[in-house]
Design a binder for this molecule. Structure first.
Ligand code: FES
Length: 115
């Protein structure tokens, strides 16, 4: 493990979730886990993560707003397939939270739970 990756894992990230009911929850977590894991650890309603992060259930769908979404890794073919399965129209910033690593890129991000 390099010193850079150690720094990433030890870094604390704070972001805002909006549940489907409009309830806002500001949460913090350590980098190195997935956004789905962070959501579940903070009881974000609507993020079930039924497949445990295997990119196969679609129960962790979110919309990442503002510039954070643009700086994330590209959507993989597997993720896109699940997004197309669970959504009639995929909107900008829509992702599977299990496929997003919590890093400083998400600091201050606003994330809405999608249907
Ligand atoms: S937890 Fe199943 S697709 Fe994300």
């Amino acid at each position: 493990m390099t010193s850079t990756s150690k720094q990433l894992i030890q870094e604390k990230v704070t972001l805002t979730f909006y549940e489907q009911t409009g309830i806002r929850k500001i949460v913090s977590g350590m980098a190195g886990i997935s956004l789905m894991e962070l959501a579940k650890a903070n009881d974000i309603a609507g993020i079930d993560g039924d497949c445990g992060g295997a990119c196969s259930c679609g129960t962790c769908c979110v919309i990442i707003e503002n510039s954070a979404a643009m700086n994330l890794e590209q959507v993989s073919d597997a993720e896109l397939g699940i997004l197309e399965f669970v959504s009639d129209d995929i909107v900008e910033g829509q992702r599977l939270a299990c496929q997003i690593d919590v890093t400083n890129i998400l600091e201050g991000a606003v994330i809405k739970v999608a249907t």
